[in-house]
Write a protein that binds this ligand. Sequence first.
Ligand code: SF4
Length: 223
Amino acid sequence: MEALEKVIRACEKCERLVAHRQAVARKPPRRWAGWVYWARGVPGFGDPEARVWVVGLAPAAHGANRTGRMFTGDSSGDWLYRALYETGFANQPTSTHREDGLALKEVFISAVVRCAPPDNRPLAAELAACFPYLEQEWEALRPRLRVVVPLGHVAYQQVQRLLRQKGPPFGHGVEWQPWPGLTVLLSYHPSQQNTRTGRLKWEAWKGIFVRVQALLSQAEGPS
Ligand code: SF4
């Protein structure tokens, strides 16, 4: 994982995304004026011994592209880490910067592209370029992995590609067992587009991680 982190930080495979991640760093909104942006590829974050893998879409231009940590410093992250905290997977409910003391237990967080795309829409070629990093994380995590949580359609497509299987149609809370011992639990992405419009409500969102707890307990079996 450490070697992979270094590769992702230094990666410049996608010309469009490299230009975009740097362009937004040069012109931050007023609230982030003076912040030294990360403006590089953002590695996965969390417990390397995780049994739960959360797969997001991409760093937000002024979120992870600014802070250098997955889902850190934006409203999607506010939703994600609060839910993880309330279900016992994080030691604190907020994630504001890389040295804020946040630690995850049992959860690792990735994205299907590691650089912020314009309008949060990666191109097919960019998804393909970044896919080997997802594969490498999968290989590192898979011996212990019990639950995969793709956030949104695009992440789900990449997870199906990774597992080399076609799952059920996307829907919030839909579960798929590609093989015994592994559950893919689908969720809407906690983007503002979903949370502000009410498409994704807090209880439905937190319910994903409550269900993850139950799936892990089932995997452990009766004590
Ligand atoms: S999106 Fe992935 S493959 Fe493309 S430049 Fe960033 S880290 Fe590299």
